[in-house]
Design a protein. Structure first.
Length: 65
């Protein structure tokens, strides 16, 4: 839900900080963060979500060479 995600990014400093940190990796990864967080909706999983997304981004970059 795009409206819910936009509201979270605007009003939740933790979500906004992570979304901004993932932005340089590309929209694909910020979208993955949005999907994963909205599915779980529990801040206790933020670190795990981010670690997995960054690992995926690094793998994708390595494959592109």
């Amino acid at each position: 839900d795009r409206a819910k995600w936009d509201a979270l990014v605007e009003y939740d400093p933790d979500i906004a900080r992570i979304a901004a940190a993932l932005k340089p990796y590309g929209e694909k990864y910020t979208d993955q963060f949005a999907s994963a967080y909205l599915a779980i909706n529990d801040k206790n999983y933020l670190a795990a979500i981010v670690q997995k997304i960054i690992a995926t981004a690094k793998q994708d970059a390595a494959q592109r060479g």
